[in-house]
Design a binder for this molecule. Structure first.
Ligand code: FES
Ligand code: FES
Length: 181
């Protein structure tokens, strides 16, 4: 059979931000394009479409991925979280508030990806995953500036707001380490 003539559409139900979305899509479409073009969830941004900028970062079962590199059809059994599911005007996630307080963005294009990526990164560090900057390979990974920069190095910011981004993430991470009041 000539693949060009094949029926490339298939039904798919994606669970995004806690809600199911049933679609019929081209099986070759990326998760990023489904989010943006089919579901109107435009918080996830397309920067490079090649896995190099991190603007499209979303959480899949709590882990960060570049949604431009992942076919939507792979995620029928997954729990997907986009920036729209993390916070909204009037009910911001504390990390979003930390970005505002630290002035951690300029144009804001990279920010949804930065925030999704940071939330995934913090879970990785909490689980004891080392990074290239880690001085130890096991145990708790302290999140100093070098660690945060290294762990967030997959998320580019064309406005070069990096110092403020790191500050925002560090401020939020410190609140996680505080004992409950
Ligand atoms: Fe996905 Fe750049 S748009 S990594
Ligand atoms: Fe403009 Fe990061 S704030 S690209």
């Amino acid at each position: 059979m000539n693949w060009i003539d094949a029926d490339t559409e298939a039904p798919l139900t994606l669970r995004i931000n806690g809600a199911p979305h049933s679609l019929r899509i081209d099986t070759r479409v990326t998760l990023l394009d489904v989010l943006r073009e089919h579901l109107g969830l435009t918080g996830s941004k397309k920067g490079c479409d090649h896995g190099q900028c991190g603007a499209c970062t979303v959480l899949v079962n709590g882990r960060r991925i570049n949604s431009c590199l992942s076919l939507a059809m792979m995620h029928g059994d997954d729990e997907i979280t986009t920036i729209e599911g993390i916070g909204a005007p009037g009910s911001l996630h504390p990390l979003q508030s930390a970005f505002i307080d630290a002035d951690g963005f300029q144009c804001g294009y990279c920010t949804p990806g930065q925030i999704c990526s940071a939330l995934g990164m913090l879970q990785e560090a909490a689980a004891g995953w080392p990074s290239h900057a880690s001085e130890q390979l096991e145990g708790e990974q302290p999140l100093d500036t070098a660690e945060i920069r290294e762990r967030m190095s997959g998320n580019l910011c064309r406005c070069a707001a990096y110092p403020r981004i790191v500050e925002a993430i560090a401020t939020y991470a410190a609140t996680l380490a505080e004992p409950p009041a």
